[in-house]
Design a protein around this ligand. Structure first.
Ligand code: 3PY
Ligand code: MG
Length: 256
């Protein structure tokens, strides 16, 4: 089976790993992004614009490069999680995991028996991964539970102890909301940072990876010192808008 380069680099504790975030639901944007030296690219099916067919074609675009393809599914929905796995994603990020039972259900969806309850029928995955996909998928495909609520922070030790879970993915915007903070402006609030540090410490104690979602680029720089396994930085929509703004500021000073 084609190795999961992201997993290999995370296991090697490479501190520089970056994940790009695809919200536009655009195959062309996914293809362009996959030609940049990201370590992983994630198709956001929760808040992004991709439906199943588009996400499938985005996976095809990404997997014609060396970048590891991942998907954030819209919810803890076994049917869609298993379809995205069959479509060949090498990582699944599941939002709003608040309890150990939800985490167990999520991981079971991603693992073939005897470890889990994933149904067999990997239609596209072997075309990308190789014919022995089914034998090695359990150890290769990454599972990340999003810890992004006050409730999840309180249950974090139970969540991270689920066997087969590879790591936690911290969503600072939802976490801010449930802590009573501004989801855009509260990113450096001490209460949020204390919750982030608690999640990170629990994951480390359990031997799991931690991924931090960083929308602003300078936030990703500030977060590097905290030693996350992977940082998600910005997204395709923002990058396009920022590049256009920068161009217009140069060519139409005073107007943009
Ligand atoms: C959050 O910050 O809540 C996220 O889900 C990141 O996309
Ligand atoms: Mg969220």
């Amino acid at each position: 089976m084609k190795p999961n380069r992201l997993k290999e680099r995370m296991l090697a504790n490479d501190p520089s790993l970056l994940n790009g975030w695809l919200t536009l639901g655009s195959v062309a944007a996914a293809e362009v992004m996959s030609r940049q030296p990201w370590d992983a690219l994630t198709i956001d099916m929760q808040h992004g614009l991709a439906d199943f067919d588009t996400a499938l074609n985005m996976l095809r675009a990404i997997s014609s490069s060396e970048v590891t393809p991942m998907v954030r599914v819209p919810w803890l929905d076994p049917a869609l999680i298993m379809r995205m796995l069959d479509a060949g994603t090498y990582g699944v990020i599941c939002p709003m995991i608040n309890t150990r039972a939800q985490c167990e259900e999520f991981v079971a969806c991603c693992r073939y028996a005897p470890q889990g309850a994933r149904s067999f029928g990997p239609t596209r995955a072997p075309l990308y991964a190789g014919d022995d996909y089914w034998k090695h998928a359990n150890d290769t495909v990454l599972t990340f539970a999003m810890v992004e609520t006050r409730q999840a922070v309180e249950a974090v030790d139970e969540i991270v102890s689920v066997p087969g879970l590879d790591g936690v993915y911290i969503g600072p915007s939802d976490l801010s909301l449930t802590l009573g903070l501004d989801p855009n402006a509260g990113l450096d609030h001490p209460d949020l940072l204390a919750a982030v540090d608690k999640i990170h410490a629990a994951a480390k104690r359990a031997g799991k990876f931690t991924v931090m979602h960083c929308n602003p680029i300078d936030y990703a720089q500030r977060m590097q010192a905290r030693g996350f396994s992977l940082r998600t930085v910005s997204n395709d929509t923002r990058l396009l808008a920022m590049a256009a703004q920068d161009l217009l500021r140069q060519l139409k000073p005073g107007q943009a």
